[in-house]
Design a protein around this ligand. Structure first.
Ligand code: GLU
Length: 467
């Protein structure tokens, strides 16, 4: 196969959501699978609705997910002379024509056609008028009026459109700006795009685009249309059901690899494998295994994948990801090493980084007030001598290794005849404020002697005050 070149071509008129991002992902994966090129193109010809901040957000979203592009970003707004040149080619070939129909008249005619029960398509009034360029003239494409336009869709199989369904679409508006269907074809031709992978909502545009390719004498790319993603009840995704900006997933504590893995499975399968490393995705990805039925958004599955990746991520990397969430809670970490040790005690218990940061509070701040029920049970007067004894022994310890701490508590259980929980829970409350936490020895070792002794003193004050 010649070099594979794919593109992602969002319009910067809003945030990138799951659907658009999955399009980017599939194009990226297909390009990487074939050792090809992935292009980023910003379709910003709608000047009124396009915004610079969305361009930045699109770039940031792709970078966060690791979907790096090899060429671009190209901006359609900077390519207007090129589109004009291609418009001129079609005009010269007699395959396009000027049209000065007034938009208000067009609307009236459209309504009349509908009332007659006809298709509301352009009636071809200016087709043979031989108009020259004028200040209020659009350019229309002379669409074939019979026959059919067919292609073999790599996602959907054979598709055919009756050309009579299509009308002479405007390819350049009266203000000189090309329309989507035309600009996209010129871009895909001049950028050498070999595979157009996009959402199935673009299927009705494809026959129009194919006819423009043919009129320009250009070779067709392969088309692959992907299924949409629906909510569980079969409805469209909404704000509360998945339709949030991709960066909101980052802010909610999802890991990029979890989201990538999640998105790919919304429209593609490799047997019944659910978890894929990036390398595996690149190796296995193929258009033939894109799903035929819509993906269903399932937040529980995303959370499950996220917990998996939280567990799998090497601690230094996890620490780097967790740090902004800790900072968001107003905590300052002494260094990344400390955060990595903290993360190592929470990575099997947190579904998101938000949850993890929340569970890490006691590593960075005073754990008080103590959980009420636990305090009633484990911070009663009879606990004071036990805590005093543990404090004394910890004070004398030089090494806070797991073995040494284990030994300390083992000795105490055999000397006092008390159960481990009776000894450990008061300490746990002192250090974390709670009765449930990661392993106590890990916590003691991470907090370090000075902090542990300080917290034991505080808990002793608390117990004595109750007497
Ligand atoms: N700009 C189009 C969109 O955002 C993409 C067009 C295409 O992929 O051909 O839907």
């Amino acid at each position: 196969m010649a070099e594979v070149r794919t593109r992602f071509s969002p319009s910067p008129t809003g945030s990138l959501h799951l659907g658009g991002t999955r399009t980017a992902l599939f194009n990226w994966l297909f390009a990487r699978h074939h050792g090809g090129v992935f292009i980023l193109r910003i379709e910003d010809t709608d000047r009124e609705r396009s915004e610079e901040r969305y361009v930045r957000e699109i770039e940031e979203s792709l970078k966060w997910l690791g979907l790096t592009w090899d060429e671009g970003p190209f901006f359609q707004s900077e390519r207007l002379p090129l589109y004009r040149e291609y418009i001129q080619r079609l005009l010269d070939k007699g395959m396009a024509y000027y049209c000065d129909c007034d938009p208000a008249d067009l609307e009236v005619r459209r309504k009349e056609a509908l009332a007659r029960g006809d298709k509301p398509k352009y009636d071809g009034r200016c087709r043979e008028r031989g108009l020259k360029a004028g200040p209020h003239s659009a350019v229309r494409f002379k669409t074939a009026q019979d026959g059919a336009t067919r292609w073999h869709d790599r996602g959907k199989g054979p598709i055919s459109f009756d050309n009579r369904e299509l009308d002479d679409l405007v390819i350049q508006r009266a203000d000189g700006i090309p329309t989507y269907n035309f600009a996209v074809v010129v871009d895909d031709i001049t950028m050498g795009v070999t595979h157009v992978i996009r959402g199935e909502d673009h299927i009705p545009n494809t026959p129009r685009q194919i006819l423009i390719y043919q009129a320009l004498g250009a070779a067709l790319p392969e088309f692959a249309h992907m299924t949409v993603t629906l909510a569980k009840d079969g409805g469209k995704l909404s704000k509360r059901r998945g339709a949030i900006p991709i960066l909101a997933y980052r802010d909610r504590g999802y890991l990029p690899q979890a989201l990538v893995n999640y998105m790919v499975r919304l429209g593609w399968a490799h047997g019944d494998q659910e978890i894929f490393s990036r390398e595996e995705l690149i190796k296995y990805f193929s258009l033939e295994h894109m799903s035929k039925s819509p993906g269903v958004y399932d937040e529980e599955k995303l959370l499950w994948l996220n917990s998996h990746y939280i567990k799998e991520t090497p601690l230094p990397e996890l620490a780097r990801l967790l740090l902004p969430f800790l900072e968001g809670l107003g905590f300052k970490a002494p260094d990344l090493d400390y955060v990595a040790r903290v993360a190592g005690t929470l990575n099997t218990r947190s579904k998101t980084l938000v949850e993890m940061a929340d569970a890490a509070r006691f590593y960075f701040a005073d754990p008080r007030p103590y959980e009420e029920k636990g305090a009633r049970k484990f911070l009663a007067p009879e606990n004071a001598p036990r805590v005093e004894e543990i404090k004394k022994r910890l004070e004398a310890m030089a090494d806070f290794s797991e073995e040494a701490l284990n030994q300390l508590f083992q000795d105490l259980t055999s000397e006092t005849g008390l159960k481990m929980v009776q000894l450990a829970q008061p300490v746990r409350l002192a250090l974390t404020g709670k009765t449930v936490s990661p392993g106590l020895f890990d916590i003691i070792s991470i907090l370090g002697k000075e902090e542990v002794l300080k917290r034991l003193n505080l808990v002793l004050d608390f117990i004595y005050k109750k007497q």
